[in-house]
Structures are given as structure tokens and as C-alpha cells.
Design a protein around this ligand. Structure first.
Ligand code: PRP
Length: 208
């Protein structure tokens, strides 16, 4: 697994405002959307392309377009939905699948309650969206499902990660073609599974 922490002043600025408890839901949604687009720029650095010949108004030249099959974007419901528009702004031709997952607040175990995506992901690049990588249970389960369906390149875009979750992903997904792109890796997870200092419960702040 590869970890990419995006080091950019605009990313840090938007993340700081997201963390601030005074930021209301409407502002939180808008900033999360903007932050995802910045992260998506980095996350799509290795998106597959193919060469094309085109005619400009004055000459023939070669360029690139996104390769087939199209990338698949998978927001993890509920909170990942707040990241979908920001991602699709950069990949408007991508296909979208959905995974509904919930973490039990006591055991911190993740379980899947809804799945809507292609059965066969052979040869597909997949971008998974989830604002928080806390214990890592949710993303590990989601990525295993994608790899079982044949995905051969998975990038998880997360706003914020805990070092404990990164470690779990590195251990559980060792040797798999997985990249995690995040705005920051925070200090630690508390006993309730919250990222510290974090930004609170992303789902509640987006939709609560
Ligand atoms: C939160 C968050 C992640 C997950 C991270 O979702 O959005 O999906 O927890 O935790 P983990 O790394 O410890 O598995 P939650 O279960 O609160 O659902 P929601 O998105 O519907 O709010």
C-alpha cells in the first residue's frame, strides 16, 4: 500500500476550517467538496490514458484521453457521498458505484448494508471516497470487496487519517495495488474510535 499525504497550503487551509467546530454544515459541505477536488488532482496522477490523434485549427497533433474501461468512483455511504461531486468534477466520465457501510459505535466493526456496483471490475481503476480513515475497518472491507471483483488498481481518497488506521491498512492490504491519498495523518485514535484532533463525525457534520 502506498500513502500520499498532500502537502499544499490550500489543502491545509480548507482542512483547518473543516476541523473548526464553529464551521456550520453548509460551509462544511462546500469546503469538503473543494478539498476533495484538490485531493482528486493528486489521486488521479496515475489515471490510465491512451494516445489519440487530433486536428487543431492549424495542425495535426497527438494527445491523450482517458483509457477504457472507464474508472469507477465508489463513495462509501453515508459520508462519502459528500465527496462525490468534488471527485466527479475532475472525472466527469467515470462510472459511479455505491457501497453503504456502517461502523458499530461500540465494537467499531464495519458492516455493509448496501452494494450497487458492477460485478466484474477486471482491469478497472477504482477510486473509493470516504472522509475518515479511523480504525481502517471500513476501508479494508471495502477495498477487499473491490479487489475480489477484479479491480487491479484502487485509490482511496480520504480527508483525514489516523496512524492506527494507516497501519491496519498497510498490514491487511500488504502486496495489493492500493494507494491512500489524504490531506493529513492526525495524532491518534481515542477510545471511542474518533480521530484526534480530527474534525468530529464527518457524517454528522455533513448530513446530521
Ligand atoms: C465513519 C466514516 C467512515 C468510517 C471510518 O462512518 O465516514 O466510513 O466511520 O471508520 P473506520 O476506519 O474505523 O472503519 P460511519 O460508520 O459513522 O457512517 P456514516 O458515513 O453513515 O456516518
Amino acid at each position: 500500500m502506498r500513502l500520499h499525504v498532500v502537502d499544499h497550503p490550500l489543502v491545509a487551509h480548507k482542512l483547518t476550517t473543516l476541523r473548526d467546530q464553529r464551521t456550520d454544515s453548509a460551509t462544511f459541505r462546500r469546503l469538503a467538496d473543494e478539498l476533495v477536488t484538490l485531493l482528486a488532482y493528486e489521486a488521479t496522477r496515475d489515471v490510465r490514458t491512451e494516445a489519440v490523434d487530433i486536428q487543431t485549427p492549424v495542425a495535426r497533433t497527438t494527445g491523450v484521453k482517458l483509457a477504457r474501461p472507464r474508472p469507477l468512483v465508489v463513495p462509501i455511504l453515508r459520508a462519502g457521498l459528500g465527496m462525490l461531486d468534488g471527485m466527479m468534477r475532475l472525472l466527469p466520465t467515470a462510472e459511479v458505484g455505491f457501497l453503504g457501510m456502517i461502523r458499530n459505535e461500540e465494537t467499531l466493526q464495519a458492516s455493509t448494508y448496501a452494494t450497487r456496483m458492477p460485478e466484474d471490475l477486471s482491469g478497472r481503476q477504482v477510486y473509493v471516497l470516504d472522509p475518515m480513515l479511523a480504525t481502517g475497518g471500513t476501508l479494508v472491507a471495502a477495498i477487499r470487496e473491490l479487489i475480489e471483483r477484479g479491480a487491479d488498481d484502487v485509490t482511496a481518497v480520504v480527508l483525514l487519517a489516523a496512524p492506527e488506521g494507516v497501519e491496519v491498512m498497510e498490514r491487511e492490504l500488504a502486496g495489493t495495488p492500493v494507494t491512500v491519498v489524504t490531506a493529513a495523518v492526525d495524532d491518534h485514535l481515542n477510545e471511542h474510535g474518533y480521530i484526534i484532533p480530527g474534525l468530529g463525525d464527518a457524517g454528522d457534520r455533513l448530513y446530521g
